[in-house]
Design a protein around this ligand. Structure first.
Ligand code: ZN
Ligand code: ZN
Length: 243
């Protein structure tokens, strides 16, 4: 038995739901608890227009269509969007979510995704949402896939089916934060596989916690498109390169 996990779950059951940014109990607005406290909302940086038309990162110049990365090369995925800029507060929050069993954050994160990217997701109108998968051995260690928790909540809030099994990570890859751009692409070669051949989704929305170079979305999009999917979109919580 994983005692740390059991202990965390017991504590989480007793304590009121916490703001994913500061960890304090979520304040009420009328009878409803807010997803994030107003103070934290002001502190964390939301991605604001103008944004790159491909990856959704903020860009400086209103006249530019693409960021420097997307202007240089083509992505395999069709379009992506994200909620937050990289900041220490967001980084720490995702770290706790991922490694300290703060699974409860998923509902706040997904609600934030709906607020920031819901309009875009409606335009994309995906048939299905898929989380970026983690390798089965890592799933065993961690007990959950952080992207899977966000995807499940996002699907519930937006009324879009979630498929957590068709896209698989078949190679246990090196954590991306330890690699440079080229290494990231190489690291992901042959890492993913589409397991299910009986259903072909036309449009898939991939969900991840962090977008860095887009290599992960591209690798997922490549295998999905090979299996017959026509359009692949991506939504992530945060865009940054300091992870
Ligand atoms: Zn807070
Ligand atoms: Zn871009």
């Amino acid at each position: 038995m994983d005692y740390r996990k059991v202990f965390c779950e017991a504590v989480n059951a007793i304590l009121p739901p916490a703001c994913p940014i500061c960890g304090k109990p979520k304040p009420f607005c009328g009878k409803k608890r807010l997803d994030i406290c107003p103070g934290c909302r002001e502190k964390i940086g939301y991605i604001k227009e103008p944004v790159c038309l491909k990856c959704g990162k903020s860009i400086q110049d209103d006249d530019d269509e693409f960021c420097r990365d997307c202007g240089r090369g083509l992505h395999v995925y069709d379009q992506a969007a994200a909620v937050y800029e990289y900041s220490r507060a967001v980084k720490n929050s995702i770290y706790r979510f991922k490694y300290y069993n703060k699974r409860e954050y998923a509902s706040s994160y997904a609600a934030e995704m709906v607020r920031s990217c819901g309009g875009m997701i409606n335009v994309w109108s995906p048939d299905v949402i898929m989380p970026v998968p983690i390798h089965s051995s890592r799933l065993k260690e961690r007990g959950y896939n952080q992207a899977g928790l966000i995807a499940a909540e996002l699907g519930r809030l937006m009324g879009i089916p979630v498929d957590e099994t068709s896209l698989k990570r078949v190679v246990r890859t090196t954590p991306m934060k330890e690699l440079n751009n080229l290494q990231r692409i190489k690291n992901l070669q042959n890492a993913f596989q589409v397991d299910r051949k009986d259903v072909i989704y036309k449009k898939v929305l991939i969900v991840d916690d962090i977008y860095t170079t887009g290599a992960t979305f591209d690798a997922c999009a490549a295998v999905l498109k090979e299996s017959g999917t026509q359009e692949v979109y991506g939504v992530s919580l945060c865009v940054g390169d300091g992870f």
